[in-house]
Structure formats: C-alpha cells, structure tokens
Design a protein around this ligand. Structure first.
Ligand code: AMP
Ligand code: MG
Length: 333
C-alpha cells in the first residue's frame, strides 16, 4: 500500500518532507520524500505511473507485457511505448558495454532464480542458458514500437527498469514544480534540486559487506542520480560459497570481478542503473576504462581488497566513513 504521510510544516524542513510515500513496487521498497507543497493528485499519478511500469516490465509476473514479449519469441510483438523505449536503451547499453550488461540475461536469471528458491545449477544447464544470452538476438523495428526476439531469447530488465521508473517519477514531480525531493527506488536514488535549506543532499552508501549494516561513506550531491549495484542486495550461500544476482554473461555465473560494489553518479537514474550493473560485471580496471568514455558519469568502486576508488569528479563529494577501507582517486586508463 502506498502511504501519503503529510508532514506538519508547509514547505518542509530537512527532516520533515511535506509528503513521504512508501510502497513495495518493482520488487523492492520505494521511498519518495517531497519537500514542497504539491497537489495530492501529482503524487497519486506518480504512484500510478510506477505501478504501470512495474506491470509492464516485471519479468517475474506472467501477466506483464515483458512476459508476453518473452513468450512471443520468433514473432514481431508490439509492446507499450515505454517498454519499447527501455528495451531500446537497454540494447544500447548492452552494445556499449560489449555485453557485460546484457538485457537478454533472462535465461540465466531464471536458471539461477536468485530471488526465489535458488541452488547452484548443473554446468550443462548453465552452458545451455548462457548460449541464449546475446543482445544481438533482439530485433527492433525502427519505424514503430515493434520487437522480435529470436527463439529462446528472453529479456530481463532487472538491471535498468528501477532506474527508468525513478527518472519517470522524478520528471513528474519536476513538471509539477517540485524543486526539492529525494526518491529512493531500492538503491536507485534521484535527488531533485538541493535540500530545502540549499545544502547538498547527503547520500549514505551501504558498507557492501554481507552481514553488515553500516555505511561505507557519504556522497554529497544535488540534481543527480546515485545508483549502487552489489552482491549484498540479493544472494544465497551453498557449501560455504556465495552466489549473487549480478551475472556474468561470459561465464553464466555470478560475476567475480574483485568488487564489493559500484556506485554511479550521473544525471539519469536509468543510465546509472545500467552502468552500475555493467561496471560490476567488468571489474574496477575495465569499468573505469569504460566510464572514461561516458560523458558526465562518475563512480565509487569498492574493491574486495578494501580499497575504494573514486573518480575525479567526485573526490570533493565523497567522504569515507569506514576506517577499514582506504580511499584512492581512480586513475582512468
Ligand atoms: P542491479 O541491481 O541494477 O545491478 O541489477 C541486477 C539485476 O539485473 C539482476 O537481479 C537481474 O535481474 C539483472 N541482471 C543480472 N546480471 C545482469 C547483466 N549482466 N546484465 C543485465 N542485467 C543483469
Ligand atoms: Mg542496474
């Protein structure tokens, strides 16, 4: 259920937004805090839009438009425009990341079933699912919103849809004149403007160590998306080993890239969502090289040797809180 919690002050103070909403959507908890008077209808419409996106893009729901597309492989399918647009953006990031991010990861996501009742699959099943993963098997009709999947191809938008929904919700608030708000869609954060006081928002980044609750650092931003990917979000253990939900299309197994987490800062949550997943698969060195070619994207990489690499554009904005880690300015290669 979505809750509108009206706060007492008119404009909202640092700790008291005018409205705070919370719901379980997109497979996660979403929180929106608005520090401005807006018509309740704006918030109702925003929630309805997020619900629509969920209904379109959830691969776990048999009723979603995405599932209908996945079940129509081999034939041309006309999805709703928003789904077409997110698939198009997802394919673009799949190609630009050279397949480290790949929206046709669906067969591997289903096989590993990380959000359900997971267990390590047999190697031959991993190989069979991996062979189906290839973004080049998605054909987009540039004239209209039509998509054709080659047989066996299944799209999963878990790595990008939350970011898209976050951008859409933020755009609706901005269009309604909101100048101060913060949206958190399961770790996909978008800040509108600065705090009502004019100070920057402080975004806490979770310590990406499984079993721990603290924060590794703070990022100070305004008008920016801050999106983090890491194994600690969803995983299971078997025979003492850990298996998580960010899969490497090259191996068919959870990515083992020497990273604990990647946080991306840029002006689009959808882009940050795709980039954080892509960079997690690539690892620090490749990921930093990849990001150096992307205008306006900054990052915090947390490595499993407990070093933290922060790109130049963020060095003044990131504050390390956890003394077990060492902070370095990242070298773009
Ligand atoms: P994120 O939490 O944004 O890093 O996305 C992880 C989610 O994206 C997973 O739960 C899967 O649904 C999906 N996913 C996993 N591996 C990949 C990948 N290599 N490329 C694209 N999506 C992926
Ligand atoms: Mg992502």
């Amino acid at each position: 259920m979505f809750l509108f919690l009206p706060a007492c002050a008119n404009r909202g103070s640092e700790n008291n937004p005018v409205f705070r909403t919370q719901d379980g959507l997109l497979g996660t908890v979403i929180n929106v805090s608005v520090y401005e008077n807006v018509k309740e209808q704006v918030l109702t419409d925003m929630v309805a839009r997020v619900r629509d996106i969920d209904a379109m893009m959830a691969s776990r729901s048999a009723l979603s438009d995405l599932s209908a597309l996945n079940n129509s492989s081999g034939e041309a399918f006309t999805p709703p425009r928003a789904l077409y647009d997110v698939i198009a953006a997802g394919l673009d990031w799949s190609a630009r990341s050279n397949g480290a991010f790949d929206i046709t990861i669906g067969p591997l996501v289903t096989l590993w079933d990380i959000g359900g009742t997971p267990k390590v699959p047999d190697q031959d099943r991993v190989d069979a699912a991996k062979a189906l993963v290839d973004y080049k098997k998605v054909e987009m009709d540039p004239q209209g919103p039509s998509v054709r999947l080659q047989p066996g191809t299944r799209i999963d938008l878990g790595g990008i849809a939350k970011g898209y929904a976050c951008d859409e919700a933020a755009a609706m608030l901005r269009d309604a004149g909101v100048g101060h708000a913060i949206l958190d869609f399961g770790g996909n954060i978008y800040t509108i403007g600065a705090k009502p006081s004019g100070a920057l928002w402080k975004i806490a980044i979770k310590t990406p160590v499984i079993g721990e609750q603290g924060y590794i650092g703070l990022l100070q931003v305004s008008d920016a998306a801050v999106v983090t990917s890491g194994p600690y979000e969803r995983y299971f253990e078997q025979d003492g080993a850990l298996f998580h939900h960010i899969l490497d299309p090259d191996t068919g197994y959870p990515a083992q890239s020497g990273l604990l987490s990647v946080t991306i800062v840029c002006d689009s949550a959808m882009q940050a969502d795709a980039l954080s997943t892509a960079c997690f698969v690539m690892g620090a060195e490749k990921g930093l090289g990849f990001l150096s070619g992307i205008e306006g994207a900054e990052a915090v990489f947390v490595l499993d040797d407990f070093s933290v690499r922060v790109t130049k554009g963020l060095t003044g904005c990131f504050q390390l809180l956890d003394e077990r880690f060492d902070l370095y300015e990242a070298d773009f290669t």
